[in-house]
Design a binder for this molecule. Structure first.
Ligand code: CTP
Ligand code: MG
Length: 391
């Protein structure tokens, strides 16, 4: 048996209100959130959801503005959005939208343009319930405030049991025949379509709505929406510099750049005198704004006496990660007559990189034309630059 194609679905976006409570200087849907209007943001959510047809209901005189918004959001598909003029009430605007549906549409979602930030997941939940056979389904969220029934003077008449309450949102989904019959039979004005359909005697089910799907109604709502769409400042990477010098004259063999150099004279120092590793530690700590090597590895730390590069570097990575950073890369230059780095440069880079949990390390080496203490082979100098990135 050939499966029947799934019923075609349309979304009617009602955007024909004037926004009297918002007082935004334009009909509400055309008030800007950032560079984009409320309507543009709503259309993004609508067009991200699976649908066959979109009908946009706008105030008289705003067809062109709406067309521009539709095109800005959907590019080539902008022409596929049908635009009609709404009525005096929301219900009349919904009726205007219904009259513009293609003949073969069987399922209809009605969405408030004023819910500009409705996540696509809410559309999907409503659509899934409709496709699953529900004739009427709306997204709803639990009511968090304690609710009272009050008289016209604001005096409390009764408490209302919150557990029985839910706040209705949109998109509200219906079988087309159910919604059309309810609209045709309406003898009162309802603020949402579920009320209309319920008044016509249908059960309306709910699925989970979303806090971001709030309706922009007043100025504080607009501020909230603007805050949600405002670009978050990107945490910038940071660089740091470190240098170190050690003189020859230590005990045992030389340790430099994380490697042991047999037959080379050792450097002196509290630890192994690895000037390359110590310069990198200072560069990393300075990039992360965590002080310097003396702050964390002072001579009062016996566990680092005689320690090699691996211990210094891995402890430093731990410190900067705890402060919210990770190592981007490190570049270090050695100034020394001895040892000769050329043959072991890559090996040094790999050893240092391993100690920095895989962050790339570049090592270069130079002599100083016989000048200065390095030129006289009295010691080794190292200069490092490190980049750290927000984790
Ligand atoms: N709506 C509509 N046609 C109307 C009235 C409302 O299409 N005659 C739409 C609004 O554009 C909005 C949604 O219905 O997207 C929900 O209505 P509401 O938040 O009340 O918007 P406004 O009516 O524009 O605002 P206000 O009531 O403050 O004037
Ligand atoms: Mg209104």
């Amino acid at each position: 048996m050939i499966p029947s194609p799934s019923p075609r679905l349309a979304v009617i976006v009602v955007a024909a209100g004037s926004g009297t409570r918002l007082q935004g200087g334009a009909p509400k849907a055309f008030v800007p959130l950032d560079g984009d209007s409320i309507l543009r943001h709503s259309l993004r959510g609508v067009l991200a959801a699976p649908q066959a047809q979109v009908v946009l209901v706008v105030p008289e005189g705003f067809r062109d503005a709406a067309r521009a918004d539709a095109q800005a959001v959907s590019g080539d598909r902008g022409d596929a959005v049908r635009i009609v003029v709404g009525g005096r009430t929301r219900q009349e605007s919904v009726a205007a939208g219904l009259s513009a549906l293609d003949a073969d549409i069987e399922l209809v979602l009605v969405h408030d343009a004023a819910r500009a930030l409705t996540p696509v997941s809410v559309f999907e939940r409503v659509i899934d319930a409709l496709r699953g056979g529900a004739p009427a389904v709306i997204p709803a969220v639990p009511v968090v405030d304690t609710i009272k029934r009050v008289d016209e003077n604001g005096v409390i008449l009764a408490a209302v049991d919150r557990s029985e309450l839910a706040a209705a949102q949109t998109p509200q989904g219906f079988r087309r025949d159910v919604l059309e019959a309810a609209v045709a039979a309406a003898d009162a004005d309802h603020t949402d379509d579920a009320a209309l359909v319920a008044a016509a005697g249908h059960h309306v089910m709910t699925v989970a709505g979303h806090a971001d799907s709030f309706k922009i109604t007043t100025a504080p709502d607009l501020e909230r929406a603007r805050g949600l769409v405002a670009p978050r400042p990107l945490a910038a990477p940071r660089i740091g510099i470190g240098t170190d010098v050690h003189g020859f004259g230590g005990e045992g063999t030389l340790w430099l750049a994380g490697l042991e150099w047999h037959g080379e004279q050792a450097l002196s120092g509290h630890s192994d005198g690895d000037a390359v590793a110590h310069a990198i530690v200072d560069a990393l700590l300075s990039a992360a704004g965590l002080g310097d090597i003396g702050t964390h590895f002072g001579t009062d730390r016996p566990e680092f006496s005689g320690a090699h590069a691996e211990a210094f570097l891995s402890h430093t990575v731990g410190l900067i990660e705890a402060a919210g950073w990770r190592v981007g890369n490190v570049s270090v230059q050695v100034q020394a007559n001895r040892p000769r780095f050329a043959a072991r440069r890559v090996e040094a880079e790999q050893a240092l990189s391993r100690a920095l949990r895989g962050a790339p390390v570049s090592v270069s080496a130079t002599t100083t034309d016989g000048l200065g203490f390095t030129g006289r082979t009295e010691g080794v100098a190292a200069f490092a630059i490190a980049l750290v990135l927000p984790r």
